[in-house]
Design a protein around this ligand. Structure first.
Ligand SMILES: [Fe+2]
Length: 261
């Protein structure tokens, strides 16, 4: 099966510039590229930071844009989102029994789990998996049995060596690690948040992250925070079968012509 991952789209109000780019235009370009080349994907997922300032107009723009996008698109929250505002626009969206935007999807290739790591309270940028959310994850892992399991989450549970994002990673690292032990067959974990393309092996599990569609966080020493740059955006094209997971970082805006010999 093929799936598509997008991350950190950071939408402002329609047409609003964020950190020198226009995220709404980036999203439309990305959707156009996916429709042109990867419309055979079974679904798309956006791994959090749907908006920059959690404005209702930004969520409304996303909702209306998705009406014209042919793939099922699963939405997740990040530290720039507001759960209540999201749920007021995307009413009746997937949620667990405690109202967190967590859900699972069973496919012929395995079980996909979508986590809500957004911390309660305003201006909180670190990740959170409270006991209620971890209980949901534990139950979902147990229910998956020996099926292949793929997890999506916004915040990673580890440092990547960029101080700015390392200080706002998931807080409940050990509780999360303990919970993962209930998964018999975890194949891969996809995350966002760090605005960089990384591949990380953490405690025996393979993780990958994507650049933002809008602005990137540079890999510079002694980062103090708030640095951003316009390294290329990308979306992920993931091919999964019984033997292999292949993750393509698709830097779609730097293709510079598609020539055939
Ligand atoms: Fe972000």
């Amino acid at each position: 099966m093929k799936i598509v991952q997008i991350s950190d789209i950071h939408l402002g109000a329609p047409g609003e510039e964020i950190n020198g780019c226009h995220p709404s235009e980036r999203l439309l370009s990305c959707f156009e590229d996916i429709v042109a080349w990867h419309s055979d994907a079974e679904f798309c997922v956006i791994t959090g930071d749907l908006t920059e300032f959690a404005e209702p107009a930004a969520y409304e723009f996303l909702k209306s844009t998705l009406k014209d996008f042919p793939l099922p698109c699963y939405l997740m929250l990040g530290n720039h989102d507001d759960r209540g505002v999201f749920q007021s626009v995307f009413d009746d969206y997937f949620q667990d029994e405690n109202g967190y935007v967590q859900y699972s999807l069973k496919t012929k290739n395995g079980v996909f789990l979508f986590l809500d790591t957004t911390k309660e309270g305003t201006d909180a940028h670190e990740g959170q998996l409270c006991s209620q959310r971890l209980k949901w994850l534990k139950d979902a892992l147990i229910n998956a049995g020996d099926e292949p399991i793929y997890i999506f989450m916004h915040h990673p549970p580890f440092n990547i060596g960029v101080h700015y994002v390392d200080k706002i990673k998931l807080v409940e690292v050990e509780d999360f690690a303990e919970t993962l032990k209930h998964g018999q067959n975890i194949k891969h974990i996809f995350f966002g948040h760090v605005h960089r393309m990384t591949s990380v092996s953490w405690r025996g599990i393979q993780f990958t992250s994507l650049p933002s569609l809008n602005h990137q966080i540079p890999l510079v020493p002694n980062s103090v925070g708030n640095e951003f740059c316009d390294e290329p955006p990308a979306y992920g094209v993931v091919n999964i079968d019984d033997e292999q997971l292949t993750f393509h970082y698709n830097t779609f805006m730097q293709r510079n012509g598609l020539n055939q010999t």
